[in-house]
Design a protein around this ligand. Structure first.
Ligand code: G3I
Length: 358
């Protein structure tokens, strides 16, 4: 494996200091303007569209938009036979008005499959296969040329180690072939869309990573229309850079697009399950803030140095402020994983990220 060395030097990242101006907006360099590749954030549109402060920051920093939940199957088809695209149409209008790329998260994910689909699939396996095809054709077809890329299958592999995720209705009923079928359908519905396999912990769990790469390389060999690998990159401060660098490098060697699709950096630990957080650190100290800034810096640098420019699909943050982060409600802990604080003021992490992108 080729290994290009990266040199990383620690330095201090200063926050804004003092009180925020009256309108709360601190003028800092724009992430996407500084970056050579798109920079995105995941958002929930309903609160977002009524939050001018958040919108101002979003427009300033990001040129790519991922819907945190609004584009998932449970949002679009909460009941049988009824597609609700109204929110996505509104999101698309917003991104077009603001010259942003809309990224589709996601088409097939065990965790966003509504219960009515699961129930029906258990009784009638053939129905599921047909439903998947119709769903992807209808959805991707409707946004052909408008949604730039898709997480076609999300988290199709086991949480830990190698192997397909067995606790998924899609795998249970259709076997592992559903993954490649989904890619074929998405490609048929929009031949120009950039199609990703997206998963978590693949930057650190080498068994899981190797399984994913074998699957992806097999797809490439057999002409399954995959165009990219999404690393969710929900990392912790103690995940070694050397491990992240080696997996990024190896993924880049496939020649596919590489998307850091859901970045955040947490301090505390968890076991990957809802409510499974372990509150080791209770408050955020200036020292921790500096260390986090350094980690954001290093991550941006690794992406720049290890992923060839024509494979850099971009870096997307999974929310960009500690007020709205999914980490707190999901794991049931206090943490500070993002680049803006609860009052929507910049953290040293923002400056670290900016420096890495520069
Ligand atoms: O909107 C309801 C609210 O009305 C209700 O009071 C509240 C009580 O539980 O629930 C709210 O809905 C929650 C929704 O997030 C909005 O906050 C759902 O329960 C909750 O299940 C849902 O969780 C989302 C999760 O995916 C499941 O779809 C998280 O916000 C979202 O951040 C998370 O995102 C995933 C990615 O899609 C895939 N990778 C991992 C990532 C983090 O888990």
């Amino acid at each position: 494996m080729k290994l290009r060395y990266i040199f990383i030097t620690p330095f201090l990242f200063f926050g804004c200091g003092g009180l925020p101006p009256e309108d709360g907006f601190i003028d800092v360099d724009s992430l996407h303007t500084i970056s050579n590749f798109p920079i995105g954030a995941a958002l929930r549109f309903l609160p977002f569209r009524n939050d001018p402060a958040l919108q101002r920051l979003q427009k300033h920093h990001f040129d790519s938009y991922t819907a945190g939940n609004d584009m998932k199957m449970y949002s679009i088809m909460p009941e049988e036979g009824v597609y609700d695209f109204s929110l996505i149409d509104a999101i698309l209008a917003y991104t077009q008005e603001n010259d942003q790329r809309l990224f589709g998260h996601n088409l097939i994910w065990h965790s966003s499959t509504p219960n009515w689909v699961k129930k029906k699939a258990q009784k009638d396996p053939e129905w599921l296969s047909d439903f998947m095809k119709r769903y992807i054709y209808t959805y991707v077809g409707r946004y052909r040329g408008a949604v730039h890329g898709w997480d076609v299958v999300n988290e199709g592999l086991r949480t830990k180690g190698g192997g397909y995720r067995e606790d998924s209705i899609w795998y249970e009923v259709l076997g592992s072939r559903y993954i490649e079928q989904a890619f074929h359908y998405a490609h048929e519905a929009d031949p120009e869309a950039v199609l990703f396999y997206n998963d978590f912990n693949t930057e650190r769990d080498l068994e899981k990573f190797n399984f994913m790469i074998d699957m992806v390389e097999d797809f490439i060999k057999r002409g399954v229309p995959i165009s990219g690998i999404g690393f969710q990159m929900h990392i912790r401060m103690d995940i070694p850079n050397e491990v992240i660098a080696s997996t990024l490098q190896r993924a880049a060697d496939t020649g596919l697009q590489i998307h850091l699709s859901e970045v955040d950096i947490i301090f505390n630990h968890h076991d990957d399950t809802r409510g499974g957080g372990v509150q080791k650190l209770k408050t955020l100290t200036p020292k921790m803030e500096q260390a986090q800034a350094q980690k954001y810096y290093e991550l941006a640098l690794m992406y720049q140095n290890l992923i060839p420019a024509d494979q850099q699909y971009g870096i997307t943050l999974w929310g960009f402020n500690d007020r709205d982060t999914w980490i707190r409600p999901f794991f049931g802990i206090q943490d500070w994983p993002t680049i803006y604080d609860e009052r929507l003021q910049p953290k040293p992490a923002l400056y670290g990220f900016l420096k890495g992108l520069r």
